[in-house]
Structure formats: structure tokens, C-alpha cells
Design a protein around this ligand. Structure first.
Ligand SMILES: [Fe+2]
Length: 398
């Protein structure tokens, strides 16, 4: 299709961190790159699943083959970055006498490690007061050397200067930004993702898809985020089915990792919207994994937003391979929603909120609605979302 005229806000900013290295087996460069950053004694942050699957071991072997010293492995990180584990992980780093961190994991591991690095760099003992602030930008300084290996192709947390922290007591997810919390280097090594189970491959890819679709349609969308987001959609559309069919397809896995990183760069600058706002609340109150919650909410929020920016949904349909030429803008925009539903079905993501016992009556849903209405991402949604709208979206997703 011919590229249309698109409007965007007269002012935008673009943050560009970290350095990215891509190669199947790029972990072999870890010791060399960490030395250049000044790191000599590393703690490796990961989770028990990645230890059991042998994925963390692949990076440990790369460390052992280099001059970098591994002084500790912290593997207690669980789903979502949690305050008590952030504090414990920082105490572990100090106890080990480390001077740098290597991170092997998905979004929860990477976000936990970012928060730990902020504590180490700033000399903090407790992350709780920091988590009460939306941004830690005033006087922020570079943090200790930090290299991350994403093991899911979804969150893009390796390139985002914020972390989503779950406050288990308050039952809320909050986003905290810090200009230097991204790793110094993101190493994209697709060999670390081939063992990812199909279901997690599917819903983490839908997280990346959501990042792209929301970034392209938010009020903060700009030509740079459009470019990254649209190409990430093309890649996911082509390579997610290939990775699902053949989990060992390193090329498909590599493309998905790259798409996830591009989608991360896109949304951390253009932000997200109603999908992430409603999904964060579902994660906090019902424990639904982030990518899955996004996947469930995505087509419903897209349908709600279509009328506000149809031309952008036409671009999304085009990027997903729909022949939009000759279609009315309205029909082409709706085809984008259908394409997302078709993709979800083809990868087995057919769950609804009913499967997680999310209730249908207004009174029982109100805490969820309140959380979504207060979410930091809601104001970026292209169409205003009132409480009744959020309620209706949750009902549609049941
Ligand atoms: Fe996300």
C-alpha cells in the first residue's frame, strides 16, 4: 500500500539505550564486553526454571571460559519484580562482593535486576520508597556494569528504561523509570530461547505484538516508533508461526528476539495504552501472566480504539499481510483486529478472563477497574477511556 499522510504531536523525545549485540552464540562475547565496561566480579541473576532448563548454565559456561569471575548466582526471582526479592537480591550482590551483574531471563528477571542495580548504584537498602516514585530521573547517574540476555521474545525489558514492580501488599503494579537502569549491553542470543515452551513463546510474542500495536496508535506515536513498531509486527507475523511449529528454529527465534527488542524501543518512547492499563490490573489482582493478559485484552481494546485513528490500524493490517488496497479504511482497520484474533487462534491463545475466574458483575470488578483507571499507561490511549468503558472491555474479554 502507498504510505499515508500521518499526523503526530509537534514535540517528541527519543531515548536510545542500550548497545545491542546480536548473534546466535553471542554469549561468548560476554567476558570481553564486561571487561570493557570495567566489571570483574559478576553476580548472575536468573530464575529457577532457567537453571533447570540449563539455559543459565549456557551463560555460566561462557563466563567460566572468560576472565570474568562469577561470584554468585541469585535464582530466586519469580513472576513479576517483587519488592522483597529486589531488596534480597541487592543484599546478595553486596554479600558476594560483586562489581557487575549478568542477567539471564524474561521481563520479571530483567526488571528485578534493573531495580537491584538502582539500589547498588544509589546505595539504597530498601526499594520500597523508590517504588513510590514514578521516575527516578533527578540527579540520576550511571549504574554498575550490567549486561542482560533476554530469554523470552516479548517484554523488551532489555531496552526499556523502566521496570514494572508488583507491590504484593498493596496489590498493584507500578512502573518506575530511571534513565540508566537499562543494561549497558543487551545481548540477543537466540540459542537461549529455543527451549522456551510453546505457550510462553506465544504469549510473550503477543506482548511484543501489543507493544507494537499500542505504540503505533498512542497519542505519543511518532515516525521513529512507527517504523520500529510496524517492522516488529511484520517479523512477528512471519516468524511466530515458524517458531511455534519448530521450536529449534534458531533463525525464527532470532527474528522474534529482534522484533521484541524493536517493539520495546518503540513503546518505551511512544508508550502503550488501554491494553497495558487493563492488563497490569489483571496481573496484580488475578496473577495473569503479563503477555497472556495483554493477549486477552488486545482485540477488544483495538476494536474500541479503531474509530479514533483508523489510518494507523490500516497500517497494522498491512503489516500483518492483509491486502488493504481497495478496502475502505474502516474495513481495513477492522481487518487488523481480525488478523490479531486469527494469529491468537493459530498459536493456541484462546483463553478468556473467565478462565481466570474474573467476575462479571460491576461490584466485584470495581477494584480491577479502579486499578486500570489509575494506571500510568491509560492517558496515552488514543481514545478516552471512562470507567464504564473499562468495565465494558473487561466484560467483552470474559
Ligand atoms: Fe508489555
Amino acid at each position: 500500500m502507498k504510505y499515508p499522510d500521518l499526523s503526530f504531536e509537534p514535540f517528541f523525545t527519543w531515548a536510545n539505550r542500550p548497545r545491542i549485540l546480536y548473534k546466535a552464540g553471542v554469549r561468548e562475547e560476554l567476558g570481553f564486553e564486561m571487561e570493557k565496561l570495567g566489571g570483574t566480579k559478576a553476580v548472575l541473576y536468573t530464575d529457577k526454571g532457567l537453571i533447570q532448563a540449563g539455559v543459565a548454565q549456557m551463560v555460566i559456561e561462557a563466563i567460566n571460559a572468560s576472565s570474568l569471575e562469577l561470584v554468585g548466582v541469585y535464582d530466586k526471582i519469580v513472576q513479576d519484580a517483587r519488592l522483597e526479592l529486589i531488596n534480597e537480591g541487592a543484599a546478595f550482590y553486596r554479600k558476594c562482593g560483586a562489581d557487575c551483574m549478568v542477567v539471564v531471563g524474561g521481563g520479571s528477571v530483567m526488571d528485578t535486576a534493573k531495580a537491584i542495580n538502582i539500589m547498588i548504584g544509589g546505595g539504597h537498602e530498601d526499594f520500597s520508597p523508590l517504588a513510590e516514585q514514578v521516575g527516578l530521573f533527578d540527579g540520576a547517574r550511571p549504574l554498575p556494569p550490567h549486561i542482560a540476555f533476554p530469554t523470552t521474545a516479548g517484554t523488551g525489558a532489555e531496552v526499556t528504561y523502566a521496570m514494572v514492580v508488583l507491590n504484593d501488599i498493596a496489590k498493584a503494579k507500578v512502573a518506575v523509570g530511571h534513565p540508566f537502569c537499562t543494561p549497558d549491553i543487551a545481548m540477543l542470543d537466540p540459542e537461549l530461547t529455543v527451549k522456551l515452551p510453546p505457550k510462553i513463546t506465544a504469549f510473550t510474542a503477543m506482548d511484543a505484538m501489543t507493544h507494537s500495536i499500542e505504540a503505533i496508535t498512542t497519542v505519543s506515536a511518532n515516525p521513529i516508533s512507527d517504523g520500529l513498531g510496524l517492522h516488529a509486527i511484520r517479523i512477528i507475523t512471519n516468524y511466530l508461526p515458524k517458531a511455534m511449529k519448530n521450536p529449534g528454529d534458531v533463525e525464527a527465534r532470532g527474528y522474534l528476539l529482534i522484533a521484541s527488542t524493536m517493539a520495546g524501543m518503540s513503546f518505551i518512547n511512544a508508550f502503550t495504552g488501554g491494553v497495558h492499563a487493563t492488563a497490569h490490573a489483571l496481573g496484580a489482582l488475578y496473577g495473569i501472566p503479563h503477555g497472556l493478559a495483554n493477549s486477552i485484552m488486545l482485540p477488544h481494546v483495538m476494536s474500541f480504539n479503531l474509530e479514533e485513528k483508523p489510518e494507523r490500524f490500516v497500517l497494522i493490517a498491512d503489516a500483518m499481510g492483509v491486502r488493504v488496497d481497495g478496502m475502505t479504511p474502516d474495513r481495513a482497520a477492522r481487518a487488523a483486529v481480525q488478523s490479531v484474533k486469527d494469529m491468537q487462534k493459530s498459536v493456541g491463545l484462546t483463553q478468556t478472563l473467565k478462565d481466570f475466574d474474573v467476575p462479571g458483575n460491576r461490584e466485584a470488578l470495581q477494584p480491577l477497574i479502579d486499578l486500570a483507571m489509575g494506571d500510568s499507561q491509560l492517558p496515552y490511549n488514543p481514545r478516552d477511556l471512562e470507567e464504564d468503558d473499562v468495565y465494558n472491555l473487561y466484560l467483552k474479554a470474559r
